[in-house]
Ligand binder design. Sequence first.
Ligand SMILES: Cc1ncc(COP(=O)(O)O)c(C=O)c1O
Length: 435
Amino acid sequence: MEELNHAIEDARSRYASANPLSQAADEKAARYLPGGNTRTVLHYEPFPLTMVRGDGAELTDLDGHRYIDMVGEYSAALFGHSDEIIKAAIHKALDSGVAMGAPTAYERELAGLLCERFPSLEQVRFCNSGTEANIMALTTARVVTGRNKLLAFNDAYHGGVIKFLGGSCKLNVPFEFVLADYNDIEGTAELIRSEGEELAAVIIEPILGAGGNIQGNRKFLQMLRRMTKEIGALLIFDEVKTARLGPAGTQGMLDIDPDLTTLGKFIGGGLPTGAFGGSSEVMAHYNPRLDSSFAHAGTFNNNVCSMAAGCAALSKIYTPQRAAEFFEWSEAFRLSLNDMFASKAVPMYANGMGSMIAIHFSSEPTKRPCDITTGCRSLRPLLHMELLLDGVLLCSRGDLFLSLPMNDSHLSKVRLALENFADRYKPLIEHALQA
Ligand SMILES: Cc1ncc(COP(=O)(O)O)c(C=O)c1O
């Protein structure tokens, strides 16, 4: 471990020398923002880079370095940073007035695009973020079923106030959650059985994102569908990230219809939004023409810039066919990384699916969060620093998100950076994993 700590310190010191302007900007920011930060996931040691410009699939920082952007705004920047079609749609919306305080054509068109695309969505409502979409889905389930308990999974992330990374978070909304282990078929089935008619909903990411981009096992997800039906609870698929995988998200791939689906990230074309929806029967509770319907509010639910950008993004760019092609291309890249790691016999693995990847320090795919070792976690800062120094921006926890403006040359550079890292540090990685 001493050797690893030394390597991390060395990489951090080279990084600090290369980024004096970002360091100064970070120190100055701490005057008015706690720790210089307003979004914890963007903080890392010794200080985060300040970005000044994005174009296509690349970003430029304050010190003038250019990066291939594999953070991709944690999957929301699917369209990159300068898509002309999206820019034109936003300009057009701006020119005809923002904050009109009335329904507009945009949210109606975007609702249609989403419902035509995701099999389980008959009707949707918009909100401002993925977090809000999940709060609305959970609260809908509680009110509709008249039950209180919600089943979620250890190491799941459903938003800043609904997260279970390493257990429940102090900032979580005070709902009554019970937690099961992701991909644990028997344990989860047992818990659902024992909670029975007290359970309002089960909420799940079909791919556990922040918890390591771990694919949900098909049998596990099918069991959730079957058992929630049996006990009268709602099944909520949080597809905030995974909806980008293929033409109809993971529900389309798996042929599973959840009762409620939540969306966010890319559906606003890179601008803030969220949505929750499901069958017309459940969503009828939000029909203001019906007696005793629920009044769902939100000043910016239908903000025209996000709605217009989302319409352009889904109708003109990320069509179902483009989504299918992008999935194939991204998945081939992920598999090529694993071939490369295997050929070097280095214990690294590109977990995930398609354009959602997380690098794990292991020779095998990670199937459950409990398979992630302390050694694997402790190597992440080194990977992060070294790739930044090599011009590849990735999430500090090791996630890589592909975006549409990327080409084969971008991916070759990313593969080469990972290859260089594997060659340079293989003995240290092996040592850290044994410790
Ligand atoms: C699976 C999942 N659900 C919900 C959210 C929350 O979305 P937002 O950050 O838009 O609130 C995220 C954000 O990363 C997410 O990954």
